[in-house]
Design a protein around this ligand. Structure first.
Ligand code: ATP
Ligand code: MG
Length: 169
């Protein structure tokens, strides 16, 4: 089941990110968010809000050139990854991401399709779209394969998403 949120301005997109971070699951399991959508759709805006919600202070640079920025956030480590400039999915392996595929880490991945086959599956899949009047975010939990019984982490992801219903307008 996917959830659609209309974001009238960039501050709202950041607020959705901030809130989602604040209501994250309490366990320390690795969490992976795919942020999809066209150039300028709001992925980095969301990521900056999310990082702020984790308690990251200081500037959030777009990782377009470095491809990856690492942000310590208390007990957690947040990775902000942007694969737009990847030349091939295999190049993902050169980023050393495997070192960060462990509990206590949260990954935000812009342009995940460019690393297809070399990334962990998403807990949350977000699709960003810039419309005429507003931007929109469609969110869904996990990969939602209907033939697989929901794993523990997929249930946690759905519950995480369900908490967005309480986001104040
Ligand atoms: N409702 C909105 N949500 C997000 N961004 C908005 C909104 N309205 C206007 N904007 C503007 O749109 C731009 C979104 O840029 P952002 O860097 O977040 O996009 P992106 O999806 O990360 O793009 P890229 O693929 O180039 O990394 C910003 O300039 C932002 O101020
Ligand atoms: Mg971006």
């Amino acid at each position: 089941m996917s959830l659609r949120l209309r974001c009238a301005d960039a501050a709202r997109t950041a607020r959705v990110g901030e809130y989602l971070a604040q209501v994250r699951p309490g366990d320390a399991a690795l969490r992976v968010l795919y942020l999809r959508g066209d150039l300028g759709a709001g992925k980095t805006t969301f990521a900056a809000g999310f990082l702020r919600g984790l308690g990251v202070t200081g500037p959030v640079r777009s990782p377009s050139y470095a491809l990856m920025e690492i942000h310590p956030a208390g007990d957690l480590t947040a990775l902000h990854i942007d694969l737009y400039r990847l030349h091939s999915p295999e190049e993902t392996e050169t980023l050393g991401l495997r070192d960060w595929a462990r509990p206590g880490c949260i990954w935000l991945i812009e342009w995940p399709e460019r690393g297809a086959g070399h990334l962990p599956p998403p807990d949350l899949l977000l699709d960003f779209k810039a419309g005429e009047a507003a931007h929109e975010i469609a969110l869904q939990a996990g990969t939602q394969a209907p033939y697989v019984s929901a794993s523990h982490t997929e249930r946690a992801a759905q519950e995480w998403l369900d908490r967005l219903a309480d986001l104040p307008p």
